[in-house]
Each structure stands twice: as C-alpha cells, then as structure tokens.
Design a protein around this ligand. Sequence first.
Ligand code: AMP
Ligand code: MG
Length: 393
Amino acid sequence: MISIEEAITIVKEHTKPLTNHETKALKDCLGKTLAADVFSPINMPPFRQSAMDGYAVYKHDSNTYKIIDEVKAGDGHQPRLQSGEAVRIFTGAPVPNSANAIIIQEHVSIDNNTLTANNPITLNANIRPLGEQTKKDDVALKRGTKLTPAGIGFLTSLGITEVMINKPTSIALVVTGNELAKAGKPLKYGQIYESNAIMLSSALNDLGYMNVEIFSVEDDYQSTYNVLQEAISNNDMVLVSGGISVGDYDFVGKALLDLGVKQLFYKVKQKPGKPLFFGKKDDTLVFALPGNPASALSCFYIYVYTALQRVSGNEHFELLKSTAKSISNFTKKGDRAQFLKAIYNNDKVEILEGQNSSMIHTFALANALVYVPENLHEIAINDTVNVILLPIN
Ligand code: AMP
Ligand code: MG
C-alpha cells in the first residue's frame, strides 16, 4: 500500500497532455484549454484612449486653455491642437495625437470656451497608451490556459473569433454491481439506487468534460471483461465504479489485468478510498474507484481531477489548497491519512458529522475536504488544518 503523496506523484508521472487538437469558435470554448499560444493580432487599446471624462490638452505654461472641439467614444476624427488648446473628451474616446494630457472634468472650471485647470497637469495623465494591455504579435494567452469568461472576453477584445483547443477528452464510466437499481423504479429487497454514474458524470460536466459515456455491468467476470474492453479501446480515460475490492464478486481488478492494463498502483493508505486502482493501457488511463459513493467522489477529486487537468493540457492541475482554523474537534481512528468532508468559510472550517465512506449526504453539504495526514490523530477546535477546496460550481 502506498501513501497519498506517492499515489499523486504516480498519477502526475503517467499523465501527459493529449495531442489531439481542433480549432473551435471562441464562443464554444468556455472551460476549454488552449492547445497553442494565442498571439494578439492588434494593439490593445488600438489607439491612445481616454480613461476619463474631461478635457484633452496640449499642455503649455499657463493653466488656461481654449476649447476647440469635442471627441466622444467611437468618433473617428482627430482634431489638431496647438499649444494651449483643449478638446472636450469622454471615456473610451480616441485621444488626438497632439494632446499630451487629460484633465478630469472635476478638476477644471469652464467659462464659455475657456478652461482653467485647478491643479497642476501631469503629462500623459488619464491616457491609456496604445497597446498598454497587449501589444500586436505578443502572446495574449499561453498554451495550457483554461478559458474562463474573462479569458473569452479578453480574446474577443482582440478581435479573435476562434482558437485551437485540445480535443475533448473522451471518458467512459463503468458502473458495477448486482444490487444497483435505476432511480425512478421501486426498489426490490436488497437493492439500492445506482447513484455513482450520475454523480461522477455531473462532477465531470462541472469541470467542462461533456464527452462521457456510461456503461453498467453486473458482477460477472466475462461481462466485466467485455464491457471494460470496449470502454478502454474507445476512450482516453475509463473510470470504473465498484468491484475493485477483495470480495468474491469483485472482478474489476482481474479483468483489467487480463485485458493488459498495466497496474501503476493499487491501494492507497487513505480513508476513504483505500482500494483505489490506477493503471494504463496504451494511452488510456484507467481509474477503478471504490463503489462507496463518498469514496468514489473523494478519489475523483484527489486523483482523477489531477489526471484530467494534465490530460487536457491545463497548467493548473491541482485543486486549490489552503489552511484554516477548525471549528470542530475530530479524532482519527487508525493510521491511514484521511479526507474529511467539511465546510470552509472565511478562513474557518467545520468538519462535518458522518464521515463514513458510504455517506454521500455529508458530501452533499461540503465545499471542501480537510486533509488529515497519517501522523495526525487529533484535531482540536482552533487548530490550523489543511483544506482542499472542491471545484464545485
Ligand atoms: P463495491 O466497491 O462494489 O464493493 O461497493 C461498495 C459499496 O458501495 C457497496 O455498499 C455498494 O452497494 C455501494 N455501491 C457500489 N456501486 C454503487 C453505485 N454505483 N451507486 C451507489 N452505491 C454503490
Ligand atoms: Mg460491488
């Protein structure tokens, strides 16, 4: 059994960005990762731009100026100022080349066409220089940047309409278990509702992964083998739920090895999620997650998330971490490191009741995990603890 740190290192070592790229309309790229540097086709701003409402002046020694014209946002004309002249100007308007400062309107007195500056004028004040934000042909955003609303807005402000992104990662979810029934139908004795498929596909969708196919399979060796074979040969990543433990009807491990999946690790010294399997066949990554819903989701956020971000070429592949003061007591049993469902708010963290790996209710209330290392056994109120922030919208 390996430690969490070793397991994460192995995940990072065995995942690399996919090389399938495509050009896509920028409007369809929210959450996608740039596969190539994007160069700016223009200077931004594309002209000297007024940052304020006021008066553009050609500075001279006196503090009075003659107002000769007006330029508002969108105007295309360019008045020529002589020394001592001013034009009325508004935010976003092009600043005439002959003007060398803008005085904000709150700092002037106006008498007909004469302006008096109430304060000393600073050269270039309130003028956004040409290309201040981005210069033509400079890299606007680097390869590996995940496109946020701001990123899409920024590239559009440069006139860009399409970008090269990594092709969507195709992911198969394989759900195992004879006891699983479909929600919406009455439960028979011994059955529970299957919930991992929709939970994991929601977690994937939440991160922008939409190319997800779901398979269900009974606890039977041959069926498991067949379904896994299909899932592995057609996808970049396969996530299996359940059947990876040591019970007589857990066939996932054997089927994966018989299919030629190379085991990179099996079993991590952690709670929940001890029987986690990570392997690879050709370029397809396989995670077999324990079936207990809270274990499956914990493993998803700690390991699968990292792998997904790497595969997508995203530079930021680890979840945000922080420290916080605990407002709860907690006693850890056993010597495995533990991830505790928690609510993080304002540098404080509440460790929730119900940390059992089958209890997904607690996870439904959580926005963070508290990480309790192997050698830490007690958390007291006001102790500083490590917090992992969940990437949930
Ligand atoms: P397993 O890892 O297959 O031994 O399953 C561990 C526990 O998780 C058992 O109590 C299962 O009934 C439960 N479980 C497994 N798969 C699912 C699923 N897809 N949805 C809800 N619970 C599950
Ligand atoms: Mg099972």
